[in-house]
Structure formats: structure tokens, C-alpha cells
Design a protein around this ligand. Structure first.
Ligand SMILES: [Zn+2]
Length: 273
């Protein structure tokens, strides 16, 4: 961050699974990186408070310069757009294989939480999914709405106007590390899925070599906005806590939906029928 936030914009946090204040692993001023001694969840405390984090996403330029930039047309160039296209197609392929469905044609209702500028949502729509989308960024909501011609919810999942059991798939790419409480978030996703429905996630892997070796210099630490960090083991445990089964997880940077990402993972899991 260019400037340190004021001390009154910081708050203490505890492990969302068990309430433990965690042990300090290292400091990335003004933030602390802590690990729960029981759950092994890594989290930021002190961290920006909800208003401080919300202000990040209210910034109209939030996605600019990130892998989720590319507000322009799908076919325009740009490295970020290139990667995003590869990941969107790869993630849809992985989703189809996980669900035992044909790769080219989809049939069902898909919600994307954290749609950014709507590139994945547009690809899903093109494959035949009936798509709903939402984001906390007003700029992302406006761009997705214009691109897809659908209403896009602006806000958090907690206040999203969706009925229980209304989606076959809920996808949240690079979202879980941002949410106020990942356990509450996944319980809500479980509730929104039909029995047999699929949750699809990508997120940073705190057990990856870059994370473990670079620590404060790890490019995905970003402690202002990434307030929870998972390993494959802690993610699987958190998904199981929320009632999910058939957890399939990959950290391979050779998987199309995770291509070139040395410090990320891709996961799918099922709400049991
Ligand atoms: Zn814990």
C-alpha cells in the first residue's frame, strides 16, 4: 500500500472456525499475519475494518492492473484479458468434467459471486448456462450488466436477493480470501445450491512455495484485502464444515483453470443430494 491506513481503521480478528486469536507469524506493517494453532487457518490481524475494506472495492479502478481488468470487448488484446480467457474456459471445462456433463453445452443455473467485469459470466452464458452475477464493485456490476444484458446484484452475498436452492452452480473466483467470514459465506452458498449442486472456487494457496519462501514479499499476500489464507487441507476442512462433499482440489499450474498460477488452487465440491 502506498500509505498506511490510520490506526482507527484497523481491527483485531480471530480464526473464523474456532475464535482463536492465532499466533503471530510475521508482520507486514501495519498488518499482522497470524496462524490458528488449532485449525492452521492463516489470517490478518490487525486488519482493515469493514469500511476500510469496502472502500477498496468502491474505487472505480479496483480491477485495473489486476488479472480481472479488461473492461473492453472480449476479443481485445491485453495480457490480463488473455489469461482471464484461458482461465474462464479452463474453469468451465473443469466444472463440466466434475459434474459429468458435456464440455460444450451446459444446462442449468449458475451464480457467479465476484464477477468483476463479467468475462467469466459471459463465457458461461455462451456455453448455455443461465447466468446470474454479483459483485461488491459498482464498476464491475455496471460493466457486467452492460456486457450480459442482465441485472447484476451490487453487494455482499449476505444481502443478495436469491432464494434457497436456486442454483446448480455457485462460482466464486478469487473471492473466499476477501469475505468477512468464509464459514458463513460457504454455508450461504450451500443454502443457495440445489441438492447435488456444485460450488467452484479459486483462491491463493498459502502452502505454496512462493507463499512459504517469500513471506512478506509474496505477491498474493496483499494483507489489506486478502484477510484469510488457506492451504489445500484447511480449505477442504472448511468446505466439509459447511456440509460439502466430493471435494476435488488442484494446485497444479498446468491445469487450464489455474494455468501459470504457482500460488493458487482450484476447488469444486458438492452439496449432497
Ligand atoms: Zn481456529
Amino acid at each position: 500500500m502506498a500509505t498506511a491506513p490510520p490506526a482507527d481503521a484497523l481491527e483485531a480478528a480471530t480464526c473464523f472456525r474456532c475464535g482463536d486469536p492465532g499466533r503471530l507469524e510475521f508482520t507486514a506493517r501495519p498488518f499482522g499475519v497470524r496462524r490458528c494453532p488449532d485449525c492452521d487457518i492463516v489470517f490478518i490481524s490487525p486488519r482493515l475494518d469493514l469500511d476500510g475494506r469496502g472502500a477498496l472495492y468502491d474505487d472505480a479502478g479496483y480491477f485495473e492492473g489486476s488479472v480481472y481488468s479488461g473492461a473492453g470487448d472480449d476479443d481485445e488484446g491485453g495480457l490480463a484479458t488473455f489469461w482471464q480467457r484461458r482461465w474462464a474456459s479452463g474453469r468451465l471445462d473443469t466444472l463440466a468434467r466434475y459434474r459429468g456433463q458435456p464440455v460444450d453445452t451446459a444446462d442449468g443455473r449458475l451464480l457467479e459471486v465476484g464477477c468483476a467485469y463479467g468475462l467469466f459470466a459471459a463465457r458461461a452464458l455462451a456455453r448455455g448456462w443461465d447466468v446470474a452475477a454479483m459483485d461488491v464493485s459498482a464498476a464491475g456490476v455496471a460493466a457486467t450488466s452492460a456486457r450480459l444484458g442482465i441485472d447484476v446484484h451490487h453487494g455482499l452475498l449476505d444481502d443478495a436477493p436469491f432464494a434457497p436452492s436456486s442454483f446448480d452452480v455457485v462460482a466464486a473466483w478469487d473471492v473466499l480470501e476477501h469475505v468477512p467470514d468464509p464459514g458463513v459465506f460457504l454455508a450461504r452458498v450451500h443454502d443457495l445450491l440445489v441438492p447435488g449442486g456444485t460450488v467452484a472456487l479459486s483462491l491463493p494457496n498459502v502452502a505454496s512455495l512462493p507463499a512459504r519462501s517469500l513471506r512478506t514479499r509474496w505477491w498474493t499476500l496483499r494483507p489489506d484485502e486478502h484477510i484469510w489464507h488457506f492451504s489445500p487441507e484447511t480449505l477442504a476442512a472448511t468446505l466439509a464444515d459447511a456440509g460439502f462433499t466430493r471435494i476435488a482440489l488442484t494446485t497444479s499450474p498446468l491445469t487450464a483453470g489455474n494455468l501459470g498460477r504457482l500460488d493458487s488452487m482450484l476447488a469444486m465440491a458438492t452439496r449432497p443430494a
